[in-house]
Design a protein around this ligand. Structure first.
Ligand code: THG
Length: 522
C-alpha cells in the first residue's frame, strides 16, 4: 500500500493572511495560492550583491514582476551572510509594501529579523518559519501571537528532518498543539512537510507525499512546500516540479512556494486548478495562456468605457462578445425600454456580435468556453427580445436544421455547440441527440421539412455510419430537399465529399457559415 490511512479525519480549515488592503484565503476547496519565492538571495548572485549594497531596486522589481505573473503572496528572504538581516528585512518589507498590495511571507531563520519584519508589516503576515525544536517554538510562537500573524511549521526538530512520513506527522502534531497552547488557532498554522531532493534519496518524493496526506487527514491544516527542492541536482527541473505539484495537491498541498515567472510552473499550477474544477469556465487558464502566447489581446471589451462613448446598442454587442451575460441582458432591457427595435437588436447587434465571436474562435483567439459564454449571453438576450418580434417577422426563421451525433458515437460537445450557434443565429434546430441511426435522421428531416441535416461524429468508428446516413438521405425522396453537412474531429473534407455530403464543417462556427452559404443567406 502506498498510502497510510490515518487514525482520524479532521475537518479541513481555511487560513487567511492579509496585506493592508487585501486578504488571501488558503483552503483545499479554493484555487491554489502561489507564494512567490524569488525574493531570496539563495543562488541569486545579483540579488545577494544588491542586498549587500543596501540597494532594494531589484527587490521592488521582483515583487512587481511576481505579482504580475500570478503570485498571491510573496516570500521575503534577505539572508546573506554578514548582512544586518533584521534591518534589511525591515527595509525590504517597507519597500515591497510600497509597490505591491499582496500579503507577505516573512522568511528568516533569525527570530530578531522576523520580529523586525513583523513590526513594520501592515496586515496579517505569514511567518516563515517555526519548527519542532523547543527553543524555536518558545521564541517564534509568542511573536506570531503578539503580531496576530500566521506561521509556517516545518516538520523537523533537533534530530533534523525525519525520513519517514509518520515522524513528520508527529512533529506537525506537536507544532499545532504548541501553537494552540500559545493561543494560535489551527487555521493560523500552515505545515510544511518538506520537499527534499530525490537526487540524494529516491524515496524522498514519496515520503513527502505520504506526509502531506497523513497531516491533512489528521490535522486538517493547510500545507506548503518549497516545490523546487524536489528536483535539485536533476535535469529538466521544472517538469519534475510540475508533476510533483499535481501529486502533492491531491494529497493536501494548498499553497506552494514556487517561481511564478517560470511559465512551466505557472502553467502546472493553472492546470491543476483547472483539472480539479477550481477554474470557472476555464477563465484563469485561458487568460493566462492567451497572455503568454501573446496571441491577440484577450477580448477584454471596454464595456465600462462604452457606457460613456458607445450607444446602448453597441454595449449589448460588446457584452455578448465578451460573454458577459448579465450585462448583455441588462443593456438589452434598457435598449428595449428606450424603444429600440427588437428586430434591429437581433440582426445588427446580437447576430453580428456572435459573428465576431465566431471569427475569433476560428482564428484561435478565443476557445470553446469563451464561445459558449458568448453564445449563452446572446441566447439570454434573444429570449428577451423574441416575444416582442412582430408576427411573420420572426428572425428565428432562417431555416430548419436536423442535427445529431451518428450511430455508435456518444460525443455531444461539438453538436451542442453547433446547436447553440445555429439557434442564436436564427435557425430552428431539431436536436436528435447522440447515437442516432440513419432512419431517425430521415424521419426527422421529413417530419420537420428540414433544409439541412447536420451529422456530427468524433470517432473514426463513426465513419461507416456517416457514409450510411448520407447514402440513405441521398437515395431517398429527400435527396433534392435537404442538404447534408458533416463535422467532427475525425471527419475530413475528402471523406465526407466522397460519401456525397454537400459540405464539411471544420468546427461549429464554420458549420453555421457553410449552412448559411448553402441556403444563400447573407
Ligand atoms: N519551505 C519553506 N520556505 C522556504 C523553502 C521551503 N523558503 C526558501 C526556499 N525553500 C524556497 N525558496 C527558494 C528560493 C530560491 C530557490 C529555491 C527556493 C532557487 N534559487 C536558484 C538556485 O538556488 O539555484 C536560483 C535560480 C535563479 O537564479 O532564478 O532555486 O522549502 N517554508
Amino acid at each position: 500500500r502506498i498510502f497510510y490511512s490515518s487514525r482520524k479525519t479532521a475537518t479541513p480549515v481555511e487560513s487567511s493572511v492579509s496585506s493592508g488592503t487585501k486578504t488571501v484565503v488558503i483552503g483545499p476547496s479554493r484555487p491554489l495560492v502561489i507564494i512567490g519565492e524569488r525574493i531570496n538571495p539563495t543562488g541569486r548572485k545579483k540579488l545577494a550583491a544588491s542586498l549587500e549594497e543596501g540597494n532594494l531596486d531589484l527587490v521592488r522589481s521582483e515583487a512587481i514582476r511576481q505579482v504580475q505573473e500570478g503570485a498571491h503572496i510573496l516570500d521575503v528572504n534577505v539572508g546573506v551572510s554578514g548582512i544586518d538581516e533584521p534591518r534589511m528585512l525591515r527595509e525590504a518589507i517597507i519597500a515591497i509594501q510600497e509597490v505591491t498590495d499582496v500579503p507577505l511571507c516573512i522568511d528568516s531563520a533569525l527570530p530578531k529579523a522576523l520580529e523586525a519584519g513583523l513590526r513594520v508589516y501592515k496586515g496579517k503576515a505569514l511567518v516563515n518559519s517555526v519548527n519542532g525544536e523547543k527553543h524555536k517554538l518558545d521564541q517564534i510562537l509568542p511573536l506570531v501571537k503578539a503580531h496576530n500573524a500566521a506561521v509556517i511549521g516545518l516538520t523537523m526538530d533537533d534530530n533534523g528532518i525525519p525520513k519517514k512520513a509518520e515522524k513528520r506527522l508527529e512533529i506537525a502534531r506537536l507544532i499545532v498543539d504548541r501553537a494552540q497552547q500559545a493561543g494560535i488557532p489551527r487555521e493560523d498554522v500552515i505545515i510544511d512537510p518538506l520537499a527534499m531532493a530525490i537526487s540524494a534519496d529516491d524515496q524522498a518524493g514519496l515520503e513527502t507525499i505520504k506526509a502531506l496526506r497523513l497531516i491533512r487527514d489528521e490535522l486538517g491544516v493547510n500545507q506548503t512546500l518549497g516545490l523546487s527542492n524536489i528536483s535539485f541536482g536533476l535535469p529538466e527541473r521544472s517538469s519534475i516540479n510540475a508533476v510533483f505539484l499535481a501529486m502533492a495537491v491531491l494529497n493536501g498541498l494548498t499553497c506552494p512556494i514556487s517561481d511564478p515567472t517560470l511559465w512551466e510552473m505557472r502553467r502546472a499550477i493553472l492546470l491543476t486548478d483547472l483539472l480539479l474544477g477550481k477554474d470557472e469556465f476555464c477563465m484563469h487558464y485561458l487568460s493566462a495562456s492567451t497572455k503568454k502566447s501573446g496571441k491577440g489581446k484577450k477580448i477584454e471589451m471596454p464595456v465600462k468605457e462604452a457606457a460613456h462613448g458607445g450607444t446602448d446598442l453597441e454595449r449589448i454587442k460588446e457584452a455578448v462578445i465578451s460573454g458577459k451575460r448579465k450585462l448583455a441582458v441588462e443593456y438589452t432591457k434598457k435598449a428595449l425600454d428606450q424603444g429600440a427595435d427588437p428586430q434591429d437588436i437581433i440582426n445588427n447587434y446580437l447576430i453580428s456580435g456572435l459573428n465576431i465571436v465566431g471569427e475569433k474562435f476560428e482564428k484561435k483567439k478565443i476557445f470553446v468556453p469563451e464561445m459558449m459564454m458568448a453564445a449563452k449571453s446572446m441566447q439570454a438576450c434573444v429570449d428577451l427580445v423574441k416575444p416582442l418580434l412582430k408576427k411573420g417577422e420572426d428572425a428565428m426563421g432562417l431555416g430548419t436544421v436536423v442535427l445529431g451525433t451518428v450511430f455508435g458515437d456518444l460525443h455531444d460537445i461539438g453538436k451542442n455547440l453547433t446547436k447553440l450557434l445555429l439557434e442564436t443565429s436564427g435557425f430552428r434546430v431539431i436536436d436528435l441527440g447522440e447515437n442516432v441511426p440513419a432512419e431517425k435522421f430521415l424521419e426527422a428531416a421529413r417530419e420537420n421539412n428540414a433544409h439541412i441535416v447536420g451529422l456530427s461524429s468524433l470517432l473514426t468508428t463513426g465513419d461507416p455510419h456517416v457514409a450510411e446516413t448520407i447514402h440513405a438521405i441521398k437515395n431517398s425522396d429527400l435527396a433534392h430537399k435537404v442538404k447534408v453537412i458533416c463535422g467532427g474531429a475525425a471527419l475530413t473534407l475528402k471523406f465526407v465529399e466522397a460519401c456525397g455530403a454537400d459540405a464539411h464543417a471544420r468546427d461549429a462556427a464554420d458549420g453555421v457559415r457553410k449552412i448559411k452559404n448553402m441556403l444563400e443567406i447573407k
